[in-house]
Design a binder for this molecule. Structure first.
Ligand code: SIN
Length: 507
């Protein structure tokens, strides 16, 4: 039976940064990273914008970054956490630079700071338009060299195992599906760090990759951890519209920061009707405005207009975006780019304290799956990679000082399932997945948010899945689908608890 001191689930920026820091500090500890596909297959590697950090203390200040974050969060942020994250940013940035992460500089050799919606200053460090990929690559390189880290790819964690003594629940292991051997196994641990990302795949239009099925939130909820604020799903205003395609390609907010306009079917800008910051208002406001415009014009999208921008500067700054557009015969220097808002980021999640500790003992959550209090109702652009770094650091420090008192549990469970992969299963669950996406999208974007109706529909989908699952053994599509179902129910429940419709009335 496998055994490790620390189990990290997920291989995005938060999990890798945590692993790197902890492994270097504590060579005596064994660390396992499990990831359900290959290691780079994460939301992190798709992050285009960059990291918001105050580096120019003449034009900018921590206070301004804090103010922008609080404003974007709509009065629902935890002020102490906001201050901690923003003031820690330069130190965490320094650590990224030390491992060779490269961010763009201007001709004077200064950071080429980008501007994004809701920021009052240029403060986004970026690596062209593929900042996440650059960070992911550098972290993975270091991880490979650290002897006390084992990276297990194609290992889908199914559920966490916990033990409850004197009303205190403690995490002590996890069941996982080893896709390489098609077996279900168990790993014992002294502590678990969830860095499993978000749940964008619950929606029809999303920028999140297929892996974003809310696994960590569902597992944490089943283990008894508190989940908070799942009613705050952030929609990114500028995903490339491609009909029914899922996921949608993201067009970074940095493009608007560089001067792109959003225009309607008549080629007219309309955002100033909604906010004096126009295209540079926060994402919630811009997305609301686009939905309203789409509704009024009965169109499925609006457009991003880059035609007035310097083409060579555009192609140099945004090579991946330009390449992607060109591949589908769109040329930003002469064509309008069809765009639509898409589910992009989950602002709530597994409730954690300032050290990333959940309400279950020895269970930590960092990155998008965690609800730290930084984002409130609407995350400020490019604060997510920053949050991931800061909370990975906090959790690493905390575990370093406490793990020596954590015992391995003597409770060993033998998995009762054996795995099978079955093609028919994939197709059926794909159909059910589409039903969940349609249901949640309609529910979430409607002003009414009829929770009773949504619960009833979810029940029908759940029954269909259970009938199907009863006929055969556990499979990967079933695991992911069950997690999506759990998270959909949490979102609907949280929307019922606090009625704060994200999208304005479309009537
Ligand atoms: C973007 O580049 O627009 C996305 C960055 C983020 O989600 O903060």
């Amino acid at each position: 039976m496998l055994k490790t001191d620390i189990l990290i689930i997920g291989s995005g920026i938060s999990g890798l940064f945590f692993a790197m820091k902890t492994a270097k500090k504590r060579p005596d500890l064994s660390i396992v990273i499990m990831t359900k596909k290959t290691a780079p297959n994460t939301n992190t590697q798709l992050a285009q914008g960059g990291i918001a950090v105050v580096t120019n203390h003449i034009k900018d200040s921590f206070e301004q970054h804090i103010k922008d974050t609080l404003k974007s969060g709509g009065g629902h942020c935890d002020q102490a956490i906001v201050k901690m994250v923003i003031e820690q940013a330069p130190e965490r940035l320094e650590e990224l630079l030390k491992i060779g992460t490269s961010f763009d500089k201007n001709q004077e050799g200064q950071w080429d700071l980008g501007l994004e919606g809701g920021h009052s200053q240029h403060r986004i460090l970026h690596h062209k338009d593929s900042s996440g990929l650059e960070i992911e690559k550098k972290l993975l390189k270091i991880i490979e060299q650290l002897p006390n880290i084992q990276l297990f790819e194609n290992y889908q964690v199914i559920d966490l195992n916990t033990e409850t003594k004197q009303e205190q629940t403690t995490s002590c292991g996890a069941f996982f599906y080893d896709k390489n051997t098609d077996q279900i196994k168990y790993i014992r641990t002294r502590c678990i760090v969830l860095s499993t990302g978000g749940c964008g795949q619950l929606f029809e239009n999303t920028t999140n990759p297929e892996i974003a099925t809310g696994d960590g939130i569902a597992m944490a909820a089943r283990a008894g951890a508190e989940i908070e604020d799942m009613q705050y799903i952030q929609f990114h205003p500028t995903a490339l519209f491609r009909g029914e395609k899922n996921p949608l390609f993201l067009i970074s907010e940095a493009v608007r920061g560089f001067g792109a306009h959003i225009v309607n079917e008549e080629g007219k800008r309309f955002l100033f009707k909604y906010d004096s910051r126009g295209e540079l208002a926060t994402r919630d406001i811009v997305s609301h405005a686009i939905y309203r415009e789409m509704h009024e014009s009965r169109k499925k999208h609006v457009y991003l207009d880059c035609r007035h921008l310097d083409p060579s500067a555009f192609y140099q700054k945004f090579p991946s975006i330009a390449k992607h557009c060109n591949e589908i015969e769109l040329f930003p220097e002469k064509d309008l780019i069809p765009i639509v808002p898409a589910a992009h980021y989950q602002c709530g999640g597994i409730k954690v304290d300032r050290n990333g500790l959940t309400t279950v003992k020895n269970l930590y959550a960092i990155g998008e799956c965690a609800r730290t209090g930084l984002h409130g109702k609407n995350r400020l652009a490019s604060n997510s990679l920053l949050e991931a770094l800061v909370f990975a650091h906090q959790a690493s420090e905390n575990i370093n000082s406490t793990i020596d008192s954590f015992e391995f549990s003597s409770k060993i469970l033998v998995p009762k399932f054996t795995g099978t992969e079955n093609k028919k299963d994939h197709v059926t669950f794909l159909v059910l997945k589409k039903e969940i996406q349609a249901l949640l999208t309609n529910f979430y974007l409607s002003e009414e948010r009829d929770t009773d109706f949504a619960f009833q529909k979810i029940k029908l989908i759940k029954n269909a899945a259970e009938t199907l699952a009863a006929k055969q053994q556990i499979t990967i599509p079933f695991i992911e689908f069950s997690n999506m179902l759990t998270v959909a129910l949490i979102i609907i429940k949280h929307c019922k608890k606090r009625k704060t419709p994200f999208i304005m009335s479309l009537n």
